[in-house]
Design a protein around this ligand. Structure first.
Ligand SMILES: Nc1ncnc2c1ncn2[C@@H]1O[C@H](COP(=O)(O)OP(=O)(O)OP(=O)(O)O)[C@@H](O)[C@H]1O
Ligand SMILES: O=C(O)C1=C[C@@H](O)[C@@H](O)[C@H](O)C1
Length: 174
């Protein structure tokens, strides 16, 4: 065990939270919780459907409830890209998790998510609105991140290894 706090991966859509979460889970033998997936399972609805029928605010509340469950559980939590839009979630990520921001440039996100507008409702916007959403969120991720890892031009394995090294370092410093 590295320490008691769960690890939370944060970052914009397409930054790699889901894929890197899976690699970390295998390497560290920690359970991996994907917040989007948990909400879809529990509501038996896709995120697209939730946004259409319940609205974004309702979804944000569900994200908060989900996050709350995984405090001090020694798990890896892959969050949804917008979890930091709620102040309560930001406080929780800052105070009760080892929070890692998978920082990725807008240009790289555009490449990774080309053709994925259907599953990500907030990506279905004109490019300038997407850019604005991206810029608005940068400062929110920064507020809560304990570690920042740039992902542009780096493989998911490389990124996962860097995270493991960081967490080990933290352990030996304590
Ligand atoms: N370091 C990387 N280099 C290249 N492609 C990557 C990298 N990380 C993730 N990807 C690709 O980007 C896409 C999105 O990755 P992933 O679903 O893990 O992101 P996410 O942060 O979980 O997104 P969301 O919040 O929308 O669920 C996938 O096709 C994935 O293979
Ligand atoms: O960036 C966002 O606001 C979102 C990201 C996805 O992970 C999903 O949580 C949902 O599509 C909203």
């Amino acid at each position: 065990m590295i320490n008691m706090k769960s690890i939370a991966l944060i970052g914009f859509m397409g930054s790699g939270k889901t894929t890197i979460g899976q690699i970390l889970g295998k390497e560290l033998t920690y359970p991996v919780i994907d917040v989007d997936e948990q909400i879809e399972k529990k509501t038996n609805m896709t995120i697209k459907k939730i946004f259409e029928t319940k609205g974004e605010n309702w979804f944000r509340e569900k994200e908060g409830e989900e996050l709350n469950k995984w405090v001090d559980q020694n798990v890896i939590v892959s969050t949804g890209g917008g979890i930091i839009t709620k102040e309560q979630n930001r406080n929780q990520l800052k105070e009760q998790f080892n929070t890692i921001w998978l920082r990725t440039s807008f240009e790289e996100i555009m490449k990774r998510l080309a053709g994925e507008q259907d599953t990500r409702p907030l990506w279905r916007k004109p490019v300038e609105e997407r850019r604005q959403l991206f810029l608005d969120r940068e400062s929110l991720y920064k507020q809560v991140a304990h570690y920042i890892i740039w992902t542009d031009g780096r493989s998911q394995d490389e990124i996962a290894q860097e995270i493991i090294n960081l967490l080990q370092l933290y352990k030996t410093e304590k």
